[in-house]
Design a protein. Sequence first.
Length: 130
Amino acid sequence: MPFRYLRDPVFLTCLAAYFLNWTLEEFSLSPVLAQCYLNDLICIPFWIPIMVCVAKKLGWRSHDCRPDIIEIVIPLIMFAAVFEVILPSTAMFRNRTIADPYDVQCYVLGAVVANWLWRRMYDTHTASAS
């Protein structure tokens, strides 16, 4: 089955979770754990479908298969480096961002779970065996 990009169930679930949590935060009803780590957990499964969709539109991606491991690991490393190492160490963002190793763990967990789900949903041999 071809990857569904912006109609992918994992992407849509992350999008819904973000807006649900945002709405709950507006009414001070969001759990503290969700306030601190939900966005980090859904970051990779949210952004990967957008990134591979753009790559496909630009002709940089020649197939419609699920994201492969390199398409997941490179953004994972980039997000971790930029948001947990580079920005917290710059003068401009020092007071606005905090380097948190738990954020990186959430990025990794989100990437691992998304990759597992995408393999289950899109790999033909796995989908037909279920």
